[in-house]
Write a protein that binds this ligand. Structure first.
Ligand SMILES: [Zn+2]
Length: 118
């Protein structure tokens, strides 16, 4: 009688562990899927600037090592871009000046022709 009770308890614990393990695995899979979606939607690509200026005409403002990322600026619209250098081809994405300030310690300089207000 006691033996069968112990047997059932072990069986129950084993079941709980199996179910818990399965839940954990599906959770990990879900998280991994979510992460890859986020990675695909951060805007990294090899497109021209939104104003139509091609990458070759952008100015290099700063560079970060060892991350191997470059801060770029479109001379036409002043849009800021971050380029990730890689052996498999460079990719870039549009960033805002707050991000540039924070990561590159870059301050938006007065554009020639525009008046400085003090
Ligand atoms: Zn532009």
């Amino acid at each position: 009688m006691i033996k069968s009770v112990i047997f059932f308890i072990i069986l129950a614990i084993t079941w709980v562990l199996i179910i818990f393990n399965r839940k954990l695995k599906s959770q990990v899979k879900k998280n991994a899927r979510g992460m890859s979606i986020v990675r695909e939607h951060t805007g990294w690509g090899t497109t021209d600037c939104t104003c139509g200026t091609s990458r070759q005409k952008w100015q290099v403002l700063a560079m970060l090592r060892p991350e191997n990322v470059v801060l770029l600026k479109c001379p036409l619209c002043g849009g800021l871009w971050e380029e990730q250098m890689s052996l498999y081809g460079n990719k870039w994405r549009q960033i805002d000046s707050a991000y540039a300030d924070e990561h590159y310690k870059y301050k938006q300089q007065a554009v020639p022709g525009s008046r400085m207000e003090l």
